[in-house]
Write a protein that binds this ligand. Structure first.
Ligand code: PGA
Length: 273
């Protein structure tokens, strides 16, 4: 984490879990136990039908609500789809884009790029998921796979909006698995993503652009291993699946993030003698 330059985000991904009533109950349970500090952003991405209930229940809480997907088109004959603009007007702050479970349903890197643009145009943060399969890791291809996914996701995205883009490195083999990636594997890939952003935006002052982008880790992150991930300089939070379904477990992860992301005291001016 490096909160001098960028925000820390800890975001739940409920996938296809919870009804609107259960979503509201989760928020009520979280309210009393979550940290009161303001040094990081907390959020939960959820099925679209839960968004308004969750938002209402979280009215006076510091928890953002997000969606898990959107359609790249603004409006039209796309039965069953939801646009980014609809999600924004329902109160979403985040939209997860390119999760491996959606890529497995046929979503391509170009689809991801179109959706990232739609989410940015609607004024929200896309959480762009990238990650390799076990076979790709075993073949030493993890960094190349992630680089390709990240570069295509960012095609034609101008430097000036990059502060709104969030990445999540989610190795597919670590999602819903018995073990997560190791913190050093995650740090290596998150650092690589930052390097790709720096190189891509070289003409716009690449280092400044890449320092602003929050890069999260996701894949069996829990209250037990979160601190080890957050201790790394290029890991700016987490995308949390299973452990975000339980308000108590999710709150513990939020507490860990808030303890580790202590902002330095502002320097006091010396009094003139
Ligand atoms: P997990 O899911 O925490 O259950 O591994 C993470 C994700 O898929 O975003």
């Amino acid at each position: 984490m490096n909160s001098n330059y960028r925000k820390v985000h800890v975001v739940g991904n409920w996938k296809m879990h919870k009804t609107p009533i259960e979503a509201a109950e989760f928020m009520k349970a979280l309210k009393d136990i979550m940290p009161k500090t303001r040094n990081f952003e907390a959020g939960v991405c959820m099925p679209a039908v839960n968004i308004s209930n969750a938002r209402r229940a979280a009215r006076d809480m510091r928890v953002n609500v997000g969606a898990e997907n959107c359609n790249a088109n603004r409006i039209g004959a796309y039965t069953g789809e939801v646009s980014a603009e609809m999600l924004a007007s329902a109160g979403c702050k985040y939209v997860i884009i390119g999760h491996s479970e959606r890529r497995a349903l046929g979503e391509t890197d170009d689809d991801v790029n179109a959706k990232v643009k739609a989410v940015l145009n609607a004024g929200m943060h896309p959480i762009v998921c990238v990650g390799e399969t076990l076979r790709q890791r075993e073949n030493d291809a993890a960094l190349d796979v992630v680089a390709t996914q990240a570069k295509i996701a960012l095609a034609d995205i101008p430097a000036r909006v990059m502060g709104s883009v969030i990445f999540a490195y989610e190795p597919i083999w670590a999602i819903g698995a018995e073990a997560s990636a190791t913190p050093s594997q995650a740090q290596e890939v998150c650092h690589h993503i930052r390097r790709i952003i720096r190189n891509k935006y070289q003409a716009d002052g690449g280092g400044t652009v890449s320092r602003k982008v929050s890069i999260l880790y996701g894949g069996s992150l829990s209250e037990e291993n979160a601190a080890d991930f957050f201790a790394n300089p290029d890991i700016d939070g987490a995308l949390v699946g299973t452990a975000s379904l339980d308000a108590k477990r999710f709150s513990e992860i939020l507490h860990i993030a808030s303890r580790m992301n202590i902002k330095p005291e502002p320097k006091r001016k010396k009094k003139a003698k």
